[in-house]
Design a protein around this ligand. Sequence first.
Ligand SMILES: [Zn+2]
Length: 153
Amino acid sequence: MNIPKKVKVGGFDYEIFLTDEELIVDYQQCTGKIDYDQQTIKISKVLRAKQGQEQTFIHELIHAIARDRDLNWGEETEKNTEALANGLYQVIKDNPEIFQHQTNNCNVTIKPFEQQDISSTGDSKSLVDCQNGGGFVNPKTIEEAILKVIKGN
Ligand SMILES: [Zn+2]
């Protein structure tokens, strides 16, 4: 996941900052903060792990969406936001193919190394991995193909 510099929610562009400043919401120190008026989302660098920053980003995003859609979650808002953010984060991380751009060109088999006899080594995989979600390039296969060219076999 890439935390962007800007995210559009409804009609608003929120700017996103990774920050060293102490973030306080309702007298409590927190890891993320959204400002609806300034249209900013701040994520604390206290979270060293990328995963923590990403989860916080999703959390603040849900606040932005709830605000934009005029959702009133009552007293449990923060708890619900946290649960939804963590759940959504897990689904996004564990199912990357859902969010990958598909080119719908599965009938086109890309074989840029046709002169190299890849199939004789038992590796008949194409560079486009259509079985596993289709349409996007399998980086491992590219790496293997490049190594074959470099090694000259
Ligand atoms: Zn929150």
